[in-house]
Structure formats: structure tokens, C-alpha cells
Design a protein around this ligand. Sequence first.
Ligand code: 2AM
Ligand code: CA
Length: 263
Amino acid sequence: MMDYQIVCNKVCELARQTGAFIKESQQKSAIDIEIKGDNDFVTQVDKAAEQKIVNGLKELIPESGFIAEEGTSDIKGEVFDWIIDPIDGTTNFIHGLAPYAISIALQEKGELVLGVIYEMGLAECFYAYKGSPAYLNGHEICVSDTKNIKNSLIATGFPYSNYDRLDGFMNSIRYFMEHSRGLRRLGSAATDLAYVACGRFDSFYEYNLKPWDVAAGVFIIKQAGGAVCDFNGGDNFLFGQEIIATNKATFNEFKGIINDIMN
Ligand code: 2AM
Ligand code: CA
């Protein structure tokens, strides 16, 4: 049987080391930007960081598979699969703006069992493993106890493609401007999710996200007492490219609003 705690500690260590490498590379600013498509930048640092993470994780569980943003290795494992994003918030990173984060999750036979998000701007490591509470730099964290949307601080991300849903999205912005404490757009979905887990945000929603943007975050939020679903209230949030994540108390209200406005 795997000792999830030991594996989680090692993943946190790997994330911190890789984070240090990413920050050093930025300071040297020898960043070679390559344009992957519309609005889509990927740096050499991104690829090198992913390779470091993949190598470290292969050492930890040699037979594991990978689902990774930069595609360094995408072989499916028999039992274990890592879902990783070496730099979530790449545009922030390119502009020298926090937050940007490393996101690493582990699935065992399709079930999430571990999540680590290392946000490099503030050097904050959020993590949880199967059976554990959620932690931030060694301290236990939990979701907020805000009771309604009126008093909620809400996070989202702007769509970068698939603009046919833009009308619904713009309506949701208008709704939350009028009916919540405020709306934030930080530019790193992994960080948004980590901030829901520790109660800085009460809720988060975004569409078009990929598994590596959200996998670690959804696991950490659940261990922190929060709730996650897709825009229909279902559980297709990992591969379904739509996610709602909230504290427990506002889950039903938030889900109802998104369901009404976005579908
Ligand atoms: P990224 O920085 O790893 O690309 C912000 O809304 C979220 O959307 C981030 O998590 C960001 O992840 C993702 N994102 C933004 N632009 C993207 C793009 N062009 N392709 C894929 N993901 C993108
Ligand atoms: Ca990402």
C-alpha cells in the first residue's frame, strides 16, 4: 500500500525545487518565447520545468503515467497517473506578475488521491493527500464559512477561446457585479482553486479549463471541506472543461446561478 503522506511530502519538495528553478530562470530572463497559437505562449522554461517534474515523479512511482500540459510524457499508467501543469498562469509569468503556480495531482485507478499547488509569487505550497486535511505551508486550511453569494468574493477566468459562450459569461459577470462582494480574475486557475481551499475566495467558476489546470485544486478543495461540480451540477469537471468550486454553505446558491446564466 502506498504511504500517501510520504509521497505528498516528496511532491511538495519537488514542486519547491522546480519553483526555485523557474524563478531563477525568470531572473536570468533568457526566456525564449515561442508562440503556440492564438494568445498561447509557451516558454522554454515551461518545458524544462515539466521535464524536471516528470523525472522526479517517475523516480517516485516508476510505473506511473502522465497527463501533462506540455506533453513531455503522456503514457497512461496501469494504476497511477500524474496530472501536471508546470506553470499555470503562464501569461502572468511572462509579464513578471504573480500569481503563477505548479500544479501536480495523482490519480489512483481514476480516483484523485493527492494534490499539490505551489504558488511561486508568495512561495505558498497548498497540498492534501487521501485521508488528510488540506494544508498551506504546514498549517491546516479550510474553506470559508460565508453563507451567501451577497457576501462572497468570487474568482473567475476570462475565456481564451470558444467565444460562443461569451454572452452567458458576460451576463454572469454583470450578475456578480450587482449581487456579490466582488469578482476577481487572477490569471491562474490552480491558484484560484487553492485560494478557495483556504477561504480567501468563497467561490470560483471558469470554462475551457483542462484537467491539469484543475486536478490538484479540486482535490485540495474537497479535503478542505469545499464542493466542486460542473455547470450542470454534475461531476464532469475534470475533463469536461467547466468547473464550479465553492465553500459548502454557498454551493447550492452558486450552482443555481451558474446553471441559470451559463447554460
Ligand atoms: P496556463 O497559464 O497554464 O495556460 C486562466 O484563465 C487559466 O486559463 C489559467 O489556468 C491558464 O493556464 C489557462 N489558459 C489561459 N490561456 C490559455 C491558453 N491559451 N491555452 C490553455 N490554457 C490557457
Ligand atoms: Ca494551466
